[in-house]
Ligand binder design. Structure first.
Ligand SMILES: CC(C)(COP(=O)(O)OP(=O)(O)OC[C@H]1O[C@@H](n2cnc3c(N)ncnc32)[C@H](O)[C@@H]1OP(=O)(O)O)[C@@H](O)C(=O)NCCC(=O)NCCS
Length: 380
């Protein structure tokens, strides 16, 4: 057989790599019989019984911690909360109207300069540092940019959830709020080969450094089709005062083929397994304060989307009302996702490194036929 002609494999054309298995992972299984598991543990059990720090440890170190490992890990994270002075100076330069996701991206990139990954600062150390620093980075910038306040970003709070809410509200949060935040961080921590994780793996596959991979992942998460959907969902829900308003408004949006943010999923076809958990928290927090708008409006949109389009809410939809009820400003919703997903990203970065192969797919060329170059002075 002649070997002159390039033989191209026959590939099924799927937009956006839908349905393509792009690699193997031991970190999580999404869809199919597994529904959603982190290293074999159901997210339902984790959300009900675990702390975010246990899940972070599981994702990053492969197994749930023993009691002494857990205590030591939490202590370690608490000890890593202080922001470097130079990073604070950088945060103070970022204007108030910047998007907080850009702040997270810049801070991560800058940290790569002052705390580079090296023999003294390995990938797990960087992971722990980012988990510990992100709440402080976000809230320090937010308060300085708005009020000129240089907050003390170091708290004695026990957990990441409590630390973030304490910084944000300047006081100790209720146990219920810490619990809700903890569950949300667990649900957002990991999700197989989603766009931002795949970005992190692609960057890692070139043998680049961990900060570059996380910075790139933040960029991928920022868009509305991925992490940005939780902010967009809040903006949608807040437009409506009653379920009837919501039905009329969303019906109009569907008639003009607009996307309803917080609905649909690339992997799941009938439901997002995380939804039932976060939805219950939305109800619980609404009942706590007697909010009679957010939850009923959200449910009306959910029912309409299912009846009309067979589309179901993904994690982002009810996360919006949960965060709102926790007093988190809407532009912080996607950065909160970063605080959690950084654990999944770095677990994938480490897995990619452990068996690396450059990620470089091929494309079908659909451009012009071969043609001759015309010098610029002769071009018409
Ligand atoms: C998540 C998402 C990007 C998955 O997209 P996908 O797998 O490429 O699915 P498609 O975009 O091909 O959607 C299939 C059909 O459902 C429609 N659809 C999907 N999600 C929709 C949504 N949220 N609102 C309205 N219609 C939607 C599409 O318009 C498309 O309709 P068509 O066949 O008439 O063109 C998509 O559902 C979406 O944009 N959702 C909103 C953003 C969001 O919530 N993102 C967070 C994901 S966790």
């Amino acid at each position: 057989m002649s070997t002159n002609a390039a033989v191209k494999p026959v590939v099924k054309k799927t937009g956006g790599l839908a349905g393509i298995v792009a690699g193997e992972t031991k970190i999580s299984a999404a869809g199919g019989a597994h529904t959603l598991e982190y290293r074999g543990y159901s997210i339902y059990e984790l959300a009900e019984k675990a702390a975010f720090e246990e899940v972070a440890y599981l994702l990053l170190r492969g197994e749930l911690p023993t009691k002494s490992e857990y205590d030591a890990y939490k202590k370690r994270l608490r000890g890593l909360r202080e922001l470097p002075g130079d990073l604070k100076a950088v945060l103070e330069l970022i204007p108030m109207d910047a998007h907080p996701m850009d702040v997270m991206r810049t801070a991560t990139s800058y940290l790569g300069n002052i705390e580079p990954e090296d023999a003294m600062n390995d990938q797990l150390s960087v992971a722990d540092r980012l988990v510990a620093l992100y709440p402080g980075i976000l809230v320090y910038w937010w308060k300085f940019a708005r009020d000129g306040d240089r907050i003390n970003e170091v708290t004695a709070a026990d957990s990441v959830a409590e630390h973030f809410l304490t910084l944000l509200h300047g006081k100790k949060p209720s146990d219920l709020h810490v619990q809700a935040m903890n569950v949300s961080l667990i649900l957002y921590a990991e999700h197989e080969f989603n766009a931002s994780t795949f970005t992190a793996r692609t960057i890692t596959s070139t043998t680049s450094d961990i900060y570059s991979a996380v910075t790139g992942a933040i960029g991928a998460l920022r868009g509305n089709l991925h992490g940005g959907a939780n902010e967009a969902a809040m903006e949608l829900i807040q437009k409506f005062k009653t379920p009837e308003d919501a039905i009329a408004g969303v019906t109009n949006m569907m008639a003009t083929k607009q996307l309803i943010m917080g609905f649909g999923h690339r992997v799941y076809t009938e439901a997002d397994p995380r939804n039932v958990v976060i939805k219950a928290w939305s109800k619980r927090l609404s009942d706590e304060v007697g909010n009679t708008t957010l939850y009923p409006v959200s449910e009306a949109i959910e029912k309409l989307m299912w009846d009309e389009k067979h589309l179901f809410p993904n994690l982002d939809f009810y996360s919006a009302s949960v965060y709102n009820l926790l007093g988190i400003p809407t532009p912080m919703f996607t950065p909160v996702f970063v605080m959690s997903r950084v654990t999944g990203w770095i677990a994938h970065i480490m897995e990619q490194r452990s068996n690396n192969k450059l990620i470089r797919p091929s494309a079908d060329y659909t451009g012009p036929e071969t043609r001759s170059f015309v010098p610029v002075e002769s071009r018409k």
